[in-house]
Design a protein around this ligand. Sequence first.
Ligand code: NOJ
Length: 551
Amino acid sequence: MKKLVMLLICVLASLPAFGQKSPDWLKAAVFYQIYPSSFQDSDGNGIGDLKGIQSRLDYVQSIGVNTIWLNPIFKSAFIDGGYDVIDYYQVDPRFGTNSGLVELVNEVHRRKMHIVLDLVAGHSSNQSEWFKQSMQADSNLQYSDYYIWAPNKPNDLSEQDASRWVEANAPRAKYYIKNYYDAQPALNYGFAHPDPKHPWEQAVDAPGPQAVRRELQNIITFWLEKGVDGFRVDMASSLVKGDPDKAATIALWKDLTGWFRGKYPEGVLIAEWFNPKQSIAAGFDVDFMRPGKLTSANERGSATPAKVYFAKAGEGSPADWEAYFKDQYESTVGKGYTSLPTGNHDQPRIAGEDRKDPAELKVLLAFLLTQPGIPLIYYGDELGMKYIANSPDVEGSRNRSGSRTPMQWDGSEDAGFSSSSKDKLYIPLDPDPNRPTVAKQDKDPNSQLNYVRGLLKLRKSAAALDNEGGLEFLSDVAQPYPLVYMRHKGNEKYVIAINPTNKSVEAKIVSQSAHRAIYSFGTTETSSYKTGNGVDTIQLPPVSAAVFKLE
Ligand code: NOJ
C-alpha cells in the first residue's frame, strides 16, 4: 500500500505543472472581445450596456465563440475608456448594476459559455477613494502607500521614467508616479531594486506593496464569487517598477496565480503581457501575441513602415513572425496558451482603407483562426467592420476610437445599436451606407460572418486544428508566398495554405506521405494539393486560402 502511494505521488509530481493546470475548458475556448460602450445600447442613451450585451448572447454564440471578454465595466471617470477605475467593486452605472452583471454571467453560463472581465491591476483613477486618501499629509492611513509619492524628482531618470512623474503638489508630496494618463496613478507593487537614496522606492515585500497585492486578491475573489470566470489583466507585465528582466514581476504573479489556481481551479487569468514565455512562466493561462508585420505596417517603435505580409502587393515575409512565434509557442506549449487576436480596442482593425477587399480579409481570417492557442475575435471583425480613421477622440481613445465604433447590427439609422439620436452615439458609426451588418450577412452563405462560422466549426470538428493541436511550418521562408503549415494531433493532419497576394502561387514542400489531400475549407475550391513522390505541390489562385485534410 505504502509503495502504491509513493508511486502515485511520483507519477503526479512528474506531470507538467502539477497543481498549476489550466482548467480543461480552455482547451476548446474561443474568445470574443466586447467593448461594452460600443456593442449594444438597451436604454437609448447612445452608450452600450450590460443589458444590451445580454440581449445579443444568442448572436455571440452563433458565431462559434464560447468565452466573452469584456473591457472594464467598473465605476470609472472614463478618462481612458474605463481603464481608470474609481471603484473596483462596483459596476459603473452607465453599464448597469452588480446584480445586472450577475444576471449576465448566469445567462452566459446557461449557454455553456464563459465570461471574463478586465482587471486594471496597474493603476486606479485619481478619483478613487484610495488615491484621495493617499494624497493626505498623514502617511499612516490605510491607503497611504497604495501609490508612489516622492518629494522631488531626480535628475538622472530615463526619459521614459521621467515622463511618468506627475506634479501634484498634494499635501502628501509633490510628485506621484503614473502609468498612462496623469489620471492613472500607478498602484504601488514596489520596486525590484529599491535604491536607498530614493526613499519612495519601496521593496516588493514592504507593507504598502503587500497591501495592494491583497487588495488585488480581494477584487478577484469578489467577482469570482459572483460567478465570473476570470480576468484579463491589464498591463500585467509592468506592476513592479524598475524590473527590466521582469524577475520581480514574474515572482509577484507566481504568488498570485498560485493562490488563484488553488482557490479557483476553474478560473482563468489572461495576461496583457505580449510575451507568453514570461507570462506563462508567471502562472498565467493565456497571453496575447502581436501579429506585428504580418498584418500592420506601423509596428510600435518602428519609424519606417514595414512591408506587411498580408497585403496583395506580396512584398512581405513571414520569417520574423515564424521565428518569434516558434520561440514563444514552443516554450509554452503544454503549459499555457498563446492567443493571436483578430484585433483589439487599442489597435487598428484588420479591415480598413488598406485592406477592404472581403476576399483579403477571408485569407487573413483563415490564417488567424487555424493557429494553435486560443483564437480571439474582436467584436465586429467577424463582419469586416472597418477601422474608421479620423473618428473623434472619445474618453481618451485618441485614434483608437476608429476601432471602437458601434457594432453594426442592421440597416436602421443607428445600425440597431441604439435608439438614441445619431449625435448621441458613443462614437459615430461607420458612415458608409454599405457598411457590413449582421442582418445582411447572417443568411448569406458567402458572407464573411458565415465564413468565420465555418472556420470555427471546422476547428471544433478536428482535434488537429483545436487549441492544442501541433503546429509545423512547411513552406520555405525564402519563398514567402504561399505560407504553408501543418496542424496535427495523433494521426490527424491538416495542411493550411495561405496566399494573400494578387498572383497565383505554387509551393513545393517535402512530401507528407499522404495518399490524398482533401479540400476541407477555404475561399475557393480551385486550389489544389497534389501528393507526389518526395515532393507535394500546392497551387493557389490569387488572394486565396485553403485547408486540406491529409489521408
Ligand atoms: C492597455 C489597455 O488595453 C489600454 O486600452 C489602456 O489605455 C492601457 N492599458 C492603460 O490602462
